[in-house]
Design a protein around this ligand. Structure first.
Ligand code: B3K
Ligand code: ZN
Length: 860
């Protein structure tokens, strides 16, 4: 393993900055290989000390440093810093440097995305632009002047308001921007390019008119309206639900093709991965439409939770991310189906967050130690972070929660604060002691909640006991009891009430009197805590909860448990016994599929078999092959047993023209599920339906529905349709990502040579994160058979690719390595194969900090 001077930063070591920056004046003269940056800052010493000024900076060519107009020479340049000795307490610093955006394939700092300049500064990318105090607790007002060629870059954008513009010699022009709101440098943004522009306005609750501008690649205007509509919905929703109004007079969103993640909430100038902006019915699925609305909402909501009140240091990331994810989840639920949304949230937790907590990357939502900050934009910080906020919402109630939020903004607007500050505001606004609750911020791992009950028919007493336990995780041995809100009700007891227990001790027993018959508990309503809950249900009891619970989430969850228990059990039985168990289990779903009362959205979810990933997380050790096989047998049985019903559902399909609305979305989801089951239950029929749907549908959701069904039904048919798809979309990379992705998760023996071939496709490039995620990411995360091939070829393939990607884009490489470091639950042989590949990657010359941190943690 190569050694890196691994600089581990600890949360406990936080110190406020030696200097602060009051005002920033930036000037950019854009050039693909040599952009000149002049940064003039008003700097002030903080406290009584004589330390020199130390600025962060990476990959910069320094031209000059001046203090109060006097050129300096005795500064010291190191690979990641610039030290300027000075005794002055208040001074103007001028730094001039050159950067090379064209060579910047890390997509952090200033880089070129398909010919347009753009920036990504969070977390620590600003230091790749100029020498600066690159930390979130240094807040300043920015004036920015951008100079560039007028023909190539007619749009020159930055944060805030446009204050000046003009022509310059040599066909150049300039535009100046002023952002009146103090911000940390991670919220700085610059974009320059030629775009098509979609404009609209929004009138705020206090009657101010906001200009909305959406910048997209030339020729993409017809794919912009959904994003703009989503933005207006988000703005209105934040006013109605939280009383929060937008503050600047202009809100700009730019869609770029090369982007490391979903989007970035830069003040007044969001930069988006074009995948989360561009949509029309032909190119985007219902899921794309949903995600666009969610991500547009998320970035907009950051304007208050993140920008107006920001993080003191990066360990506090969940302060803004957990809270903003919670807000975007509430928004999505209000815009669409609450139950589908909640299930979606829970799937992320169970499939990915539980996996992270069970791996060597386990960390609390507020991490204690970080080597590379980009590695901590995790499902734990984001999604478990959101669950923690949700628990506060449950414990304090909606009004109490809103009172806490109000106090939080009153106290901290314009400041950089901590998670503790947030909880303190919640405590103070509600007069509630949250000392024990705070442990959710410092403790990692998934709590286990075991539930036991007993019923005494003589005394008509029912007792139910909840017991919490916590296993050690890779990062923490010692665990404490947490506050776990558990919502539940008792079926068949004559008591229809929902109860909420705030479990704080190791164990607590509740007693119910005058209970006529033994109730069946319906537990963890709405997934009231991010825990693994167990109760020894009989199959018939689960079926009871699935059909009768007053809580839709509990109904779905009971169905999932029926499936999961059956799959796990069958994977340990002989084939014949397994098949019998599966056939018996499937019968319980007859009432659901036949029901006229269950709404389509819930029905589809209940009838969807748990993903392999979530089954994987339910056991401590997994026999991959037999689990995979049993799951497939169950799917097939579902297809065969209910062939008639699937056929009926399918033929009730809407004939309406495509529209993205709740009713149609639910219908498409259900009919495409039916088609998939038919492809397992009646191949001959399915093949005809698939061909017909693929040829005649007017939207991407149904095209992909047909392809996904073909993928399980008949490989030849699949190949033929995939070819047609490619012919239609070969010049549209965003659409082709769906095609790359479908190829990558196909179960076929020659999958690796297929992927190699796809890498030579003219639209594939290792430089574009969307392409890499679609092809290599999908394979590693979801192609169970290919990735976990016992001959080790899948692991080796991913490792080889990561070795290449390491030098191109370390951030993306560190994402794609995730499945490889999660070797803890697989068999010994596979563990060794995976570890061997991790060691190989670890030996790479020039290994990035990003990969080093993950590999060094995960090797035993
Ligand atoms: N705050 C950004 C994420 C930045 C990731 C840096 N590696 C997007 C978001 O969460 O809204
Ligand atoms: Zn965010």
């Amino acid at each position: 393993m190569s050694t890196i001077s691994a600089n581990v930063k600890k949360r406990a070591d936080y110190q406020s900055a030696d200097f602060t920056i009051n005002k920033v004046n930036l000037e950019f003269e854009l050039h693909a290989t040599a952009t000149r940056v002049v940064c003039i800052t008003q700097i002030e010493r903080q406290g009584n000390h004589h330390r020199p000024l130390v600025l962060d900076g990476e990959s910069l060519e320094l031209l000059s440093v001046a203090i109060n107009g006097v050129a300096q020479t005795d500064y010291k340049i190191e690979p990641d810093s610039l030290t300027v000795p000075t005794e002055l307490d208040k001074f103007d610093l001028r730094v001039e440097n050159i950067i090379n955006p064209q060579e910047n394939s890390s997509l952090e700092g200033l880089y070129l995305s398909a010919g347009a300049f753009c920036t990504q500064c969070e977390a620590e990318g600003f230091r790749k632009i100029t020498y600066f105090l690159d930390r979130p607790d240094v807040l300043a007002a920015y004036d920015v002047k951008i100079i560039a060629d007028k023909t190539q870059f007619p749009f020159l954008l930055s944060n805030g308001n446009k204050v000046a513009a003009g022509d310059l010699p040599d066909n150049k022009h300039f535009i100046s921007w002023q952002d009146p709101f103090n911000k940390p440098c991670y919220l700085f943004a610059l974009v320059a390019g030629d775009f098509d522009l979609l404009e609209d306005t929004f009138i705020t609750q206090s009657n101010r008119e906001i200009a909305l501008q959406l910048f997209v690649d030339k020729g993409m205007l017809d794919r912009g309206p959904h994003a703009l509509e989503s933005l207006k919905k988000a703005m209105r929703w934040d006013e109605t639900e939280f009383g929060l109004e937008y503050d600047l007079d202009i809100y700009m969103v730019v869609a770029v093709d090369f982007f490391n993640m979903g989007a970035m909430e830069n003040k007044g100038l969001n930069v988006f991965n074009s995948k989360f902006v561009l949509a029309n019915s032909e190119t985007a699925t219902d899921e794309d439409y949903f995600n666009i609305e969610a991500v547009i909402g998320h970035e907009y909501f950051h304007n208050w939770t993140g920008n107006r009140v920001t993080c003191r240091d990066w360990f506090q990331l969940s302060l803004k991310e957990g809270l903003t994810v919670f807000r975007d989840q509430q928004f999505s639920a209000d815009m669409g189906s609450p139950i589908v949304n909640r299930i979606k949230n829970v799937r992320v937790i169970r499939e990915h967050q539980f996996a992270e907590d069970a791996s060597a990357m386990s960390h609390p939502i507020r991490p204690d130690e970080v080597m590379e900050m980009n590695n901590f934009y995790t499902v734990t910080v984001y999604d478990k972070g959101s669950e923690v906020i949700r628990m506060l919402h449950t414990i304090l109630g909606k009004q109490g929660f809103l009172a806490g939020i109000k106090l939080y903004f009153e106290r901290f607007d314009g400041q950089a604060v901590t998670c503790d500050d947030f909880v303190q505001a919640m405590e103070d606004a509600n007069g509630k002691d949250l000392t024990q609750f705070r442990l959710w911020y410092s403790q990692s791992g998934t709590p286990n909640i075991a539930v036991f009950d007993e019923y005494d028919s003589d005394t008509k007493t029912y007792k139910i006991t909840f017991k919490q336990s916590h296993k050690a995780t890779f990062d923490q041995q010692e665990k404490q009891n947490l506050v776990v809100p558990i919502q539940f009700s008792l079926l068949n007891s004559g008591d229809s009430q929902q109860h909420t227990l705030e479990l704080t001790a190791t164990s607590e027993t509740l007693e119910f009197k005058d209970v006529g018959t033994k109730p069946t508990p319906s537990l963890l309503h709405n997934f009231s805590a991010p825990v693994k809950l167990s109760y020894q249900y009989k199959q018939s009891e689960l079926a009871d909860v699935m059909v009768k619970s007053p809580d839709d989430f509990a109904r779905w969850d009971a169905g999932q448990s029926l499936f999961s228990k059956c799959i796990h059990k069958a994977s340990g039985l002989t084939d014949a016994e397994g098949q019998q168990l599966i056939a018996d289990t499937v019968k319980y779903f007859e009432e659901v599929i036949n029901s006229k009362d269950i709404k389509d959205d819930l029905k589809t979810e209940i009838l969807t078999v748990p993903s392999f990933e979530s089954l994987f997380q339910q056991a401590d050790s997994v026999d991959i092959d037999s689990l995979y096989k049993s799951r497939k047998q169950l799917l097939t049985q579902m297809g065969q047993t209910f062939e008639t019903q699937w056929n009926n559902i399918y033929h009730n399909k809407t004939k309406q023209k495509y529209a993205y609305n709740q009713k149609q979305v639910e219908q498409r989801k259900l009919t495409n599920l039916a088609l998939k089951y038919l492809s397992l239950g009646n191949q001959t029929l399915a093949k005809e339906l698939i061909k017909e749907q693929f040829s005649s549908c007017d939207n991407m959701t149904d095209s992909l529905g047909a392809l996904a069904a073909a993928q399980t039904c008949d490989l030849d048919l699949f190949e033929g349709l995939m070819q047609r798809f490619e012919e239609k979309w070969h010049s549209d990379p965003l659409v082709l990502d769906k095609w790359f992705s479908l190829h990558a998760n196909t179960d076929r023996h020659d999958i690796l040579s297929r992927i190699e071939l796809l890498m030579s496709h003219s639209q594939f490039t290792i430089n574009n994160p969307n392409r890499v995620r679609a092809l290599v990411g999908t394979f590693a995360f979801y192609n169970v058979k290919g990735f976990h091939n016992l001959n080790g070829s899948g692991y080796k393939f991913v490792a080889d690719y990561l070795i290449k990607l390491n030098s191109v884009n370390p951030q993306v490489a560190a994402r794609v390595i995730t499945p490889l470091i999660q070797w803890q639950k697989v068999d010994k042989t596979r563990q060794e194969l995976m570890q061997h590949q991790l060691m190989r990657i670890g030996d790479t010359q020039g290994l990035s900090k990003d990969l080093f941190e993950k590999i060094s943690k995960s090797l035993p």
